[in-house]
Design a protein around this ligand. Structure first.
Ligand SMILES: [Zn+2]
Length: 720
């Protein structure tokens, strides 16, 4: 057995209790020859649940693991080769872009790695613009980079590239104004107005609404903005179409005037009605014991599809603490490739942590790059077929996703099946192509190509399993299941996914039968992650969960890139009262401590210590009752634990080594994601403590199994 790869090392989950690695889990490396692997796509951009692709559907069925791809196609990259070429070389038969995994039969012909057609190498491709040499087509940048961007010639556009257009629609009804969000929004936009992606053609416009719709005439030449009220909301018309969306550069002063005056315009508003909330039928309330998350009002879906057809995406910022039927409302973003932001109980005075988060998120939102009028197509080698898509978009034809906007924080997932046996194939490839208009008015195509080996044995399939990718895909599938069937069906399906795959492993891969709950090392965290998902806000039962909060968690799981979803599913827990420089990273002359990851169990907490939990969109800093005074004075600036203020959400900037280390660590964690997680310092008696404790997913609660009990349950089902 000495030749068994580490991924297949047998782990008895009931015996080995310290399975969580001390540092973040990394994506497995596909088992490919080194020259292919060296140029393969970055797993942060493109990865597969199974890094070894089964040769046939029947083999995939036996493995009982889902086959799919996870993508973060427009991710911010530190390095991106950009090619300008009058001919973009693509397969004549399947339209695949030439890529590192094609084969050159000779100098003049290349064989497509997706459909196997032999294509001619065009004359222009013989010249290499990088090395300025002739006659080495296999050294072109297209063939040396799995991720590349083309500047597209005119045949890739249906109309001239559209300018950047930003329309801000703001709720100014009494409840909305009372939260104080308008001041923060206007201030952020004022600060970032010059950073909005775009060029001299950029246009902006503003609409506010309560029971009526207010347009703003910002035409050049006016001495101040002019508000135009349309009170007939049954028959909305545009009072002066040309002057509502104005050129930002030409009308910047008027725009700035408007932003300065807007917050004061509605301070004393008595308007309680909001024209956005079309009163549809309310949700049924309960279905099989659980509330439904099915959009009950398809007004927003229809509106989203109209928007999508016109290349309009809608991003939703939701700051309400009242139930607002996010399941229906969210459709406006989901089908228009927008995104949903949620700040429950937002209030400028009572909830400063949310205000900070909203500010930071807005900054990212207004500054991040953006693509307009985009479409994305994912191609795979003949025999493989994509059947289900996850994310925010509209599926225009079987494999073409319509994305009115594409943003660098959006993730996508797809499920695949094997329609024809991949006999005699060593490798297969997947290629995602994203065609979009840049904020500078260029038509561009970003292409990612992933190459994976094909295997014919179950043990090889198991050896290549990517447990995080599988978990992420199962989460998306479970969201769909909750909507089409029920929450309990979705929960059962996730549990069954573990039972079935570990049963298959036991029956078909293990050569020696031994007692216990056995998993290959690569799947040793699978039961833990699934238990974490079952206790995640999106799928949990037993604990009261507000419907909008649950729906929002589901949106996040479907739409976030895997790295961020994983933190939501299985938060990272660190002890931080004893941070040291040992093993620390050095980034930009800052020392970033690297404490080890701890299991999510109260057993790991210690009353003498302080612990940081990173749950993706939120962080908790738990202070033990007897926390060491050094940490309290040097990091929090208080003499003892009882004087830690309730609702503390900022770490004071103290001039101590401990404070610097702690802030460096928290700052480093925050820098690794595009949105801003708020930090809550909590004590034993804090109101937020239950939120922190709910993430201790290895422990038993009144209504949910502990990790150990869950393992016993799995073992029982497997040995049936
Ligand atoms: Zn082809």
């Amino acid at each position: 057995q000495s030749s068994t790869p580490e991924a297949l090392r047998v782990v008895n989950l009931l015996q080995e209790r310290n399975l969580l690695p001390p540092t973040a889990v990394t994506a497995p490396t596909p088992c490919l020859p080194q020259d292919l692997q060296r140029i393969n796509c970055n797993p942060e951009v493109f990865r597969s649940t199974l890094t070894s692709i089964p040769q046939s559907q029947s083999l995939l069925n036996k493995a009982k693991m889902p086959l799919g791809l996870l993508l973060h196609p427009f991710k911010d990259l530190s390095q991106l080769p950009v090619v300008t070429s009058s001919t973009i070389v693509r397969c004549r038969s399947c339209r695949t872009y030439i890529n590192p995994f094609v084969s050159f039969l000779d100098q003049r012909r290349w064989k497509c790695n997706l459909c196997y057609r032999v294509n001619d190498v065009p004359e222009e491709f013989m010249y290499n613009p990088v090395s300025r040499s002739y006659g080495e087509p296999h050294k072109r940048p297209e063939v040396l980079n799995a991720t590349i961007e083309f500047i597209a010639p005119s045949e890739y556009m249906l109309r001239p590239p559209q300018p950047a257009v930003y329309l801000f629609v703001l709720d100014v009804s009494h409840n909305a104004v009372e939260t104080g969000y308008l001041t923060v929004f206007c201030q952020s936009l004022l600060e970032n107005i010059n950073a909005l992606p775009g060029d001299s053609r950029t246009k902006v416009g503003f609409i506010t609404f309560d029971s009526t719709i207010h347009f703003y005439n910002l035409q050049e030449g006016l001495s101040q903005p002019q508000m135009l009220i349309v009170s007939d909301i049954e028959d909305i018309f545009l009072p002066t179409p040309d002057s509502l969306l104005v050129n930002l550069n030409e009308c910047k002063e008027l725009v700035q005037d408007l932003l300065k005056s807007l917050p004061n315009l509605f301070v004393k508003t008595m308007e309680t009605q909001s024209a956005l909330v079309q009163r549809g039928p309310q949700p049924e309330g309960f279905s099989q014991g659980h509330p439904t998350f099915i959009a009950c009002n398809d007004f927003y879906k229809k509106l989203a599809l109209d928007c999508s057809g016109q290349q309009v995406a809608v991003d939703l910022f939701l700051l309400s603490s009242q139930y607002c039927d996010l399941a229906s409302l969210g459709c406006i973003s989901r089908y228009s490739a927008g995104s949903v932001y949620h700040y429950p109980s937002y209030h400028h005075q009572h909830n400063p942590a949310q205000v900070e988060r909203f500010q930071k998120d807005l900054k990212r939102y207004l500054n991040r790059k953006i693509g307009f009028e985009a479409v994305m197509r994912i191609r795979c080698t003949k025999g493989l077929s994509i059947h289900t898509f996850h994310g925010n978009f509209f599926v225009r034809s079987t494999d073409l996703l319509s994305l009115p906007n594409v943003n660098p924080d959006a993730g996508f997932a797809v499920q695949m099946s094997i329609e024809e046996n991949l006999d005699d194939m060593q490798v297969v490839s997947f290629q995602a192509a994203l065609l979009y208009t840049s904020s500078k008015g260029e038509r561009r195509i970003r292409v990612h190509t992933l190459c994976l080996p094909v295997v014919s044995s179950l043990s090889d399939i198991f050896a290549g399993a990517d447990v995080q990718a599988i978990t992420g895909l199962l989460a998306s599938m479970a969201v769909d299941r909750s909507v089409t069937a029920s929450l309990s069906d979705a929960r059962d399906a996730m549990t069954n996914a573990v039972i079935d795959s570990l049963s298959s492993y036991r029956q078909s891969v293990l050569t020696i039968q031994q007692p216990g709950l056995l998993a290959p090392a690569c799947l040793r965290l699978f039961p833990l992650y699934i238990l974490a998902l079952l206790k995640q806000r999106a799928f949990r039962t037993g604990t009261s969960t507000r419907l909008d909060d649950r729906v929002f968690a589901m949106y996040q799981l479907k739409y976030q890139p895997l790295a961020y979803s994983m933190l939501m599913i299985h938060p990272a827990l660190y002890r931080v009262d004893d941070l040291t420089d040992e093993g620390a990273l050095n980034i930009n002359e800052r020392t970033i401590p690297q404490p080890r990851l701890l299991q999510l169990s109260v057993e790991k907490l210690n009353r003498d210590g302080a612990f940081l939990m990173d749950a993706g969109t939120v962080m908790y800093l738990w202070i033990g009752r007897n926390c060491h005074p050094n940490f309290l004075t040097q990091v929090l600036g208080v003499p003892n634990s009882s004087s830690v203020p309730e609702n503390l959400y900022l770490l004071p900037e103290l001039d101590t080594a401990e404070s610097q280390r702690t802030r460096a660590f928290v700052g480093w964690l925050r820098d690794q994601r595009p949105f801003f997680p708020s930090l809550h310092v909590i004590k034993d008696e804090s109101q937020l403590k239950p939120h922190f404790m709910q993430n201790m997913i290895e422990d038993r609660t009144e209504s949910a199994l502990s990790y150990y009990e869950f393992l016993l349950h799995l073992q029982q089902q497997i040995s049936k």
